[in-house]
Write a protein that binds this ligand. Structure first.
Ligand SMILES: *Cc1c(COP(=O)(O)O)cnc(C)c1O
Length: 417
């Protein structure tokens, strides 16, 4: 047997079985830990996919757009690798709402969700010795793809005492001649923060000084319901080249439709001259595309999803953020440094010294799943040990119920005075 095994000349790729914990992996572990005998419903506060809740359902007009595209029989073909023109044009128009210069269809590349956008940017920018600056806490998909592409990552902190703004001093210290880009996520996952115009301006100036491009993850584009107005990074495209990642997943609440975009904002042609555009096109030529009928439905989806759909979702999320923040304030063992103003998440600090028999964030989440059937993501999965990431994008009744159970759990495990 042993001799025979030695003949096989292959093995799995190391970077893909790295022992880092993934968001999906952590949630799977927690779900497996739920006590099946517990009759109360599971409260999923781990993942931002409210698509199964009736109040978050996409407007029927957008569903009709997809049905029409399928039924027309015109979109059973392969699409051009960059995406079909009507969809690229519709997305360019949609994104042109409030920027000082105009994007054209050629600036827009269709992707299989913004996750594929992350694969593309990390692949295109990786070369021996290069490094990239990532936020901490952040969205771990970046870390996984950087590891896969051997792109060295350096982490800058988001400052909790400054509303989770970028630590720009750290960015300047971390960057060197081999730094190619910095990633920002705005509105923020996992912190629920929204960067102000002034802060984004400083980010742009810093990146310009360092000669690096900005990758702006805008998966939560326009999902801002607090006092800070959402501003897309591409507003500063003439200061510094910007690659924007966006998708239908979060704003339209259809993550399963797998339609995203990678957009270049670069009126000075720096990306073109450095070959980045050619590499993006080259990558798209060898990877796979979003389904053609979804691409074909895009112009109608964008046109027919009316403002009232978005404002309803914004109300639900604002209410969810309020419930979450207020309930957490009532729990001494949890601290929420900033009330969320956008996205679907909030970061909460675990005060371990007030809890008995809880070792860390993972232990907290495992016991919470087991005893209360509530799923919350341990902060470690997003780069912050002994913190928690909670999503408030769930039906408010369920959210209240879930947080009530978190409170009961914390009281039961509180250190006796
Ligand atoms: C959800 C999410 C994505 C990916 O979403 P897609 O469904 O692939 O568009 C990317 N970045 C962040 C920060 C996200 O939260």
């Amino acid at each position: 047997m042993e001799l025979e095994a030695k003949k096989w000349g292959f093995q799995g790729k190391q970077e893909l079985n790295a022992p880092t914990i993934t968001v999906r992996g952590a949630l799977k572990l927690l779900t497996a830990n739920i006590n099946k005998d517990n009759s109360s419903p599971v409260v999923p506060l781990g993942l931002s996919d409210p698509s199964n809740f009736p109040s978050f359902r996409i407007t029927p007009a957008a569903e009709d757009a997809v049905v029409d595209a399928v039924r027309s029989g015109k979109h059973n073909c392969y699409a051009p690798t960059v995406g079909i023109l009507p969809a690229r044009r519709a997305i360019a128009d949609y994104l042109n709402r409030d920027i000082p210069y105009k994007l054209c269809p050629d600036d827009v590349y269709l992707t299989v969700g913004s996750k594929q956008g992350i694969e593309i940017v990390t692949s295109v920018l990786s070369r021996p010795g290069a490094n990239i600056l990532l936020p901490r806490p952040g969205f771990p998909y970046y870390e996984h793809w950087c590891a896969y592409n051997n792109l060295e990552m350096r982490h800058y902190d988001l400052l909790r005492e400054n509303g989770w703004e970028v630590d720009l001093d750290a960015v300047e210290t971390l960057a060197n001649a081999n730094t190619v880009a910095m990633v920002i996520i705005n509105p923020g996952n996992p912190c629920g923060n929204v960067f102000s115009y002034e802060h984004l301006n400083k980010v742009a100036e810093t990146a310009r000084k360092l000669g690096i491009l900005i990758i702006s993850d805008e998966a939560y584009d326009s999902i801002a319901f607090g006092s800070t107005r959402y501003v897309p990074m591409r507003v500063f495209g003439s200061t510094v080249p910007v690659l924007t990642l966006g998708s239908l997943s979060k704003r339209w609440i259809v993550p399963g439709w797998r339609l995203g975009w990678l957009v270049t904002s670069d009126p000075n042609g720096i990306l073109q001259n450095s070959g980045v555009i050619d590499s993006i096109i080259g990558y798209l030529n060898i990877s796979s595309d979003p389904a053609t009928f979804i691409q074909a439905a895009i112009p109608q989806i964008l046109e027919n999803t009316k403002e009232e759909f978005f404002s309803k979702i914004m109300c639900l999320l604002r209410e969810g953020a309020d419930i979450c923040y207020n309930r957490i304030e009532e729990m001494p063992c949890l601290t929420c440094p900033n009330k969320p103003e956008g996205s679907m998440f909030v970061m909460v600090k675990l005060n371990l010294s007030m809890l008995e028999d809880i070792n860390d964030d993972i232990d907290f989440c495992l016991k919470l799943a087991k005893e209360e059937s509530v799923i919350i993501l341990p902060g470690r999965a997003v780069g912050m040990k002994n913190w928690l990431r909670i999503t408030f994008a769930v039906e408010s009744r369920l959210l209240r119920d879930g947080l009530e159970r978190v409170k009961a759990f914390c009281q039961r495990h509180a250190k006796k005075q």
